[in-house]
Design a protein around this ligand. Structure first.
Ligand code: FE2
Length: 218
């Protein structure tokens, strides 16, 4: 399970219906737009909660490193540290070995969306420029290094305040975003920074409180 919401009952029901076991609870980053169900789901399933090692969470969890791989039967998950939306943001590159030995899709969390990229300003004033620079490297050096056919499944689509210009389409491909995502047309860092730091939607009330709650695992 990746990025569970606070109500974990649907995940437990879905797993039971398919006679599957939840073995890992990954968080792509410390969430601000919702209260996380990761700790509760981990407790209910005895699955570890996994965060990138730079995440400052204050409850028991497993730290994962860039390029670390986890085997889940026929599926392999590789961690890509893709900071920018937040310092600990990670993307998960998924290979289904019943199909191919190469990655099939990537879960990009709030780093890359269909039509948008993660906003770098949620940590507060003073951090956004450094985070935007990290976002540039994460997008152009890491995610766009993937082949065009790799599918992209972000954590949000249109309607979310975690980015601007998001499409209503919940999935995309690396190739489509490489060609048509407005932020990904701006490979020059100065242009990219100006784009991602301007016209940001207001930060909804509750984001800072959600983040505090999720850091503490309350
Ligand atoms: Fe987020």
């Amino acid at each position: 399970m990746v990025d569970p919401q606070q109500d974990i009952a649907p995940y437990l029901e879905a797993a039971a219906q398919k006679a599957m076991r939840i073995t890992h609870v990954f968080e792509t980053h410390v969430q601000a737009d919702h209260r996380s169900g990761a700790r509760a789901l981990g407790a209910a399933t005895r699955a570890p909660v996994l965060f990138h090692e730079s995440a400052p969470v204050r409850f028991p969890h497993v730290e994962v490193a860039d390029e670390e791989e986890h085997e889940l039967g026929n599926v392999r998950i590789a961690v890509l540290h893709t900071p920018g939306h937040t310092p600990e943001s990670a993307s998960l590159l998924v290979t289904d070995r019943t199909r191919a030995l190469e990655p099939w899709f990537v879960l990009t969390g709030d780093t890359l969306f269909a039509g948008g990229v993660g906003r770098p300003d949620l940590l507060g004033a003073g951090h956004e420029r450094a985070l935007a620079e990290q976002l540039h490297a994460s997008l152009f050096d890491r995610l766009l290094a993937l082949p065009d056919h790799v599918e992209v499944f972000p954590a949000h689509f249109g309607g979310s305040a975690c980015g601007k210009g998001l499409s209503g389409k919940p999935g995309s491909t690396i190739g489509f975003e490489r060609r048509f995502n407005p932020a990904l047309q701006l490979s020059a860092k100065a242009d990219f920074l100006q784009f991602v730091l301007s016209d940001l939607p207001p930060q909804p009330p509750g984001f800072a409180e959600n983040r505090r709650h999720n850091l503490a695992g309350e």
